[in-house]
Ligand binder design. Structure first.
Ligand code: SER
Length: 591
């Protein structure tokens, strides 16, 4: 048997022995990438280096990255789909290429993990107008002993990876599969089918191209390698398990949920419900436990988090479980992972507290909402729930639209999702007319306005520390649009009017002083030693950007920022309120 801990260690050691620097997992919330909500692959935080910026730790890197992919959320519950997973990755930044990459993958799998080469199959890019057929990789595999009959040539749809967002580094890949001992599903059976004969465990991408916004591919200045191996899936395969839920990271959770379930529902439905809870609460634990301090909300990442928790609650109810069992599940995950992802230990209290809040909030309306849903089912016409009714379930009972669709599907009816979207938009327009109109959520863009607000956020944090005299004050969340900044920090009580004024005055004094905003890149350790504040989301010596505003503020941050504080105009706090327990929220503007 191999555990996930052993696989992580063996993998990192193997690549360390081959000259790779081991870097830490980046945050699950990407920096400065408005096109995706979560970090979806190990290469994602490395995009600047794949595009050519020199990485301070050299040209060979390896890590284990926390990833979230929510595209397949509806498929969770089957044997293979998860919304969170760990990706083992190694990179060459313009250093080695196909020969070393493929040879090392083969050696690691067959010599370290002792997989019989007869159980491996691979695929390579078949070639098209954008890039040639990858005979180079095919020949390397053949020379290593993979028979030509198990080297499959597949099109872009299967054998091209990236970019992570809309633009960026990408290229043809070669994928490695475990061949399971089951018959071919058809004479054309290949790794491209989902019949289960071929299980992908590792993907080696040869990143030679940069995809442009217009859809074209231009060659990169350097040829990179980006590989990714799914940790849970590989552990499952190595142990001969049918699903990832049998591996050591899930087993205690599945066991707990099974032991508490008393509901009389068919076995496969119960298994699906248990897996959904196990998957969703793991992802929610990692999102809540990220040092970026996200909370459930109705926008962006916060909404995904909310959906994961609410969907888990619905299935907990189906299994007749006490809703608070979800906090027990979350705590088990913290205990399983905190040695590897220390932020989970650091943020343990917050994870459980936020989860409890959301559970309490939704438990109050879930039952009523379900009653309403049942009533609706009796009166609907054309076997379809209207957009208006679906919106009412969302607005009054907090039912995410996906939940309504799923419930409807269970009852053999449909939902007018377009009608729902129209009601949603109309509602948004109405609420924009209200006082909150300036404060719609949204991911940061990189305009001059947002850069200024970014800088103001740093000055605000330093000023809060100065005025409130609390060494323990930390950023717990930040959201910037072109119109305003929103900043969450830990503080046990509302600020007084005098304190708010004093913070405003302090920020405006810094603006007036016309401090230069400077940026230096340095290893994380050095940044910490130099007293920079910020989200320390890595355990290793990753290099970070440190922005200084005169002597007033020094923060680790991805930017972008204004050049001089004098550019900011004048700063005004427009709201100070509670965000969640122990967390205050400030909204402020620049005029
Ligand atoms: N970026 C590739 C993937 O996600 C390899 O790491 O599969």
């Amino acid at each position: 048997m191999i555990t996930s801990k052993e696989l992580r260690e063996k993998y990192l050691q193997f690549f360390k022995d081959r000259g790779h620097a081991i870097i830490g997992s980046a945050s699950i919330i990407p920096d400065n990438d408005p096109t995706v909500l979560f970090t979806t692959a190990g290469m994602h935080p490395l995009v600047p280096y794949l595009l050519g910026a020199p990485h301070p730790q050299g040209k060979r890197l390896a890590d284990v990255q926390k990833c979230v992919r929510t595209g397949d959320i509806d498929d969770v519950g089957d044997a293979t789909h998860c919304t969170f997973f760990e990706m083992l990755g190694n990179w060459s930044l313009g250093d080695y290429f196909k020969k070393e990459s493929i040879t090392w993958s083969f050696q690691f799998l067959t010599e370290v993990l002792k997989i019989n080469p007869a159980n491996l199959a691979v695929s390579v890019f078949a070639g098209d107008a954008d890039a040639p057929r990858d005979e180079v990789s095919a020949d390397i595999w053949a020379a290593l002993g993979i028979p030509r009959s198990r080297i499959f040539y597949l099109p872009k749809e299967n054998n091209w990876w990236g970019p992570a967002g809309i633009t960026g580094p990408c290229g043809p890949d070669t994928e490695i599969f475990i061949v399971r001992d089951v018959p071919d599903c058809s004479p054309e059976c290949s790794p491209a089918c989902s019949c289960g004969k071929y299980v992908e465990i590792w993907n080696n991408v040869f990143m030679e191209y940069n995809k442009q916004a217009d859809g074209s591919f231009i060659p990169l200045a350097q040829k990179n390698v980006d590989t990714g191996m799914g940790l849970e899936r590989t552990v499952a395969m190595l142990n001969g398990y049918g699903t990832v839920y049998e591996t050591d990271v899930f087993a205690p959770i599945i066991q707990l949920l099974k032991s508490k379930t008393t509901a009389d529902i068919p076995g496969d439905e119960a298994i699906r419900a248990i897996r959904i809870i196990a998957d969703h609460i793991r992802t929610a634990t990692f999102i809540l436990g990220d040092d970026k301090g996200l909370s459930p909300s109705n926008v962006d990442q916060g909404y995904i988090l909310r959906r994961l928790i609410r969907r888990s609650l619905r299935f907990a109810r189906k299994l007749e479980l006490d809703p608070l069992i979800l906090t027990q599940v979350s705590q088990l995950y913290v205990d399983i992972y905190k040695d590897i992802y220390e932020e989970l230990g650091r943020n343990n209290e917050r994870i459980i507290e936020e989860l409890k809040l959301e559970i309490e909030k939704f438990s109050r309306t879930l039952q009523q909402g379900l009653k309403e849903f049942e009533k609706l089912c009796q009166y609907i016409q054309n076997n379809s729930i209207s957009g208006k009714a679906a919106f009412r379930l969302y607005d009054t009972f907090g039912f995410p639209i996906e939940m309504t669709v799923e419930l409807a599907r269970d009852n053999g009816i449909t939902v007018d999702v377009e009608g729902y979207e129209a009601c949603y938009k109309e509602h948004q327009l109405k609420s924009q007319a209200g006082a909150e109109q300036k404060f719609k959520g949204g991911l940061a863009d990189n305009t001059e306005e947002t850069a200024k607000l970014h800088t103001a956020t740093h000055i605000l944090l330093a000023s809060l520390k100065k005025v409130l005299g609390d060494e323990g004050i930390q950023q717990k969340g930040s959201n910037i649009t072109a119109e305003r900044l929103r900043f969450d920090f830990n503080f046990p009580r509302p600020l007084t009017a005098e304190e708010i004024k004093a913070v405003e005055d302090a920020v405006n004094a810094v603006i007036k002083a016309g401090y230069e905003v400077t940026c230096r890149e340095m290893p994380l350790d050095e940044a910490k030693r130099s007293g920079a504040t910020g989200v320390f989301d890595s355990r290793y010596d990753q290099v970070v950007k440190v922005y200084s505003i005169g002597d007033y503020s020094k923060e680790i941050c991805g930017g972008p920022h204004a050049k001089n504080t004098a550019d900011l105009g004048s700063f005004e706090i427009v709201k100070e309120q509670s965000s969640s327990s122990g967390i205050r929220r400030i909204k402020a503007i620049l005029k």
